[in-house]
Design a binder for this molecule. Structure first.
Ligand code: BTN
Length: 259
């Protein structure tokens, strides 16, 4: 992927501006800095390699040049959207899933809040981070990492969860710049419905482990098991514990595993 490929792929999209790096620390760091300099909505930061790519729960995220996508999308949520900021994490994962299904005909699932699985193995992860000034949201960054080709899969001793990549599941040629353009197009389109009553059921219809027994590690030694029932209208996960009560957990340092 290079700047010219990206320019061509983004031709039909309403992207105000993008920054492309052969190598950077983290596209999320760059995007958060750019927000403080006034980046407009849908500005993008894209990198071939990251030296300090980060994942959820303080984990490291490796981006292998030529075989992965690392992008950070800058958003300025409206006042109504700000009341349900958690939905943006879900939006990121669900948009990746739609591209896999619609462009590559690959059946995928979202592992709440925002990992994307193919055959129960992770192929993409999303890290949503926001910049605040006091109580005012300056902007939100959706950082998306996608494993495209085999070299992008980290060595098994570095993995918290089994991983895969898109190349393994399609015979189609994968053009990273084209895929990125499809992803941004899907995200812009799906975002229009995140506050409508249709979004949550749509997300739940693609949810991994729905109605299955799972464990949820909420940190600080708090581990819950129960049936995964879905998500509420804020994007929080709803679990029915063994005693029949429903418990709701926000997106945070929460780890979800099948039992
Ligand atoms: C996770 O699965 O834990 C989330 C991974 C998010 C990785 C992406 S790659 C682009 C962006 N820049 C980062 O430093 N992280 C995100």
């Amino acid at each position: 992927m290079n700047e010219a490929d990206l320019k061509q792929a983004f031709n039909d999209l309403k992207i105000p501006s993008f920054r492309f790096f052969e190598e950077t620390d983290s596209t999320n760091t760059q995007a958060l800095n750019w927000i403080s300099q006034g980046a407009p909505e849908y500005s993008l930061v894209i990198a071939e390699a990251q030296t300090a790519g980060r994942g959820r729960n303080g984990r490291k995220w490796v981006t292998t040049p030529g075989s992965s996508i690392a992008v950070s999308i800058i958003l300025h949520p409206s006042i109504q959207e700000q009341e349900k900021l958690g939905l943006f994490s879900l939006l990121g994962g669900f948009s990746v899933l739609k591209v896999l299904e619609d462009k590559y005909h690959i059946k995928a699932q979202v592992k709440w809040p925002n990992d994307v699985l193919i055959n129960n193995k992770k192929t993409a992860g999303i890290l949503a981070e926001s910049l605040w000034q006091g109580e005012n949201l300056q902007g939100l960054v959706l950082g998306i990492g996608i494993n495209l080709m085999l070299p992008s899969i980290p060595h098994s001793d570095q993995l918290m969860f089994p991983a895969t990549c898109i190349e393994v599941h399609t015979k189609d040629n994968i053009n990273p710049a084209e895929m990125l353009a499809c992803l941004i197009e899907a995200l812009i389109r799906i975002r229009k419905s995140i506050l409508s009553p249709t979004f949550i059921p749509l997300y739940e219809s693609s949810m991994a482990y729905k109605n299955q027994l799972i464990t949820l590690d909420a940190g600080g030694g708090e581990v819950y098991s129960g049936h995964l029932r879905g998500v509420d209208n804020q994007g929080k996960i709803v679990i029915q514990t063994i005693d029949g009560t429903e418990q709701v957990f926000p997106i945070g340092d929460v780890k979800l595993r099948p039992l």
